[in-house]
Ligand binder design. Structure first.
Ligand SMILES: [Zn+2]
Length: 222
């Protein structure tokens, strides 16, 4: 790829695959080994920028940076950290919409490694299985904590819920701000991006309208 193509993929926020592109040996090394190596490389980047790592304020930064990447911001790369999505038999026969809204999105764009922040709103209409509410939040948190493109994030959440719940009756709306749009490039401070993925009974416009109407309710009404 030439430099122009590299810039164009970043500026247009184009992803190439539903699966996060991972190397086959992505998790052969332990977290501690990864932290040690990233610490080394990030120290080099800081030095290259001209920063003096002997300064007390900067000397611990490469380690803090490396630990933050492996253990916090990108913990969701490693499948061993995936939350267990236990489901239960829909014993009470609930067959209407369940909406989990204002789920925090803390992610990072894979083209610039800058924050993506916003909210996910998710609903499903159960068939045989139901899921614990917090599990939906945990799933969003897990997939958010890896370098992402917003479309892929929506699809990864949608597809996992589909497989554990055994139904297509799912809708995932994500609205988020991308710092790579607001702080660099076009520097638009106000725009945000929404992605919508749905299937099954949400193909029916009246169900989507009901979902959007519920989202209009504000927390203070509760
Ligand atoms: Zn970006």
């Amino acid at each position: 790829m030439n430099k122009e193509e590299v810039e164009s993929i970043g500026d247009n926020h184009i992803g190439s695959n539903i699966d996060t592109p991972l190397l086959p040996n992505a998790f052969d090394k332990s977290d501690d080994e990864k932290i040690k190596n990233i610490q080394h490389h990030f120290g080099k980047i800081m030095t290259e920028l001209g920063l003096d790592l002997a300064d007390d304020s900067l000397s611990g930064t490469p380690y803090r940076f490396a630990k933050m990447y492996v253990k916090e911001l990108f913990y969701g790369l490693n499948p061993k950290n995936k939350p267990k999505l236990s489901t239960f038999e829909n014993k009470y026969g609930y067959q209407k919409m369940l909406v989990e809204q204002n789920i925090t999105i803390d992610s990072a764009c894979e083209h610039h490694f800058l924050p993506i922040t916003g909210y996910a709103h998710i609903a499903y209409i159960p068939e045989e299985r139901v899921i614990g509410l917090s599990k939906i939040n945990r799933l969003v948190d897990y997939y958010s904590h890896r370098p992402q493109v917003q479309e892929r994030l929506s699809l990864q959440i949608f597809n996992d819920l589909k497989s554990v719940l055994g139904t297509d009756n799912i809708i995932v709306l994500i609205s988020a701000k991308h710092l790579c749009v607001s702080s660099r490039g076009i520097k638009d401070k106000n725009s945000f991006t929404s992605t919508l993925e749905y299937g099954g009974l949400f193909e029916d416009k009246s169900n989507r309208d009901e979902f959007f109407k519920i989202l209009d309710q504000k927390e203070q009404n509760l």
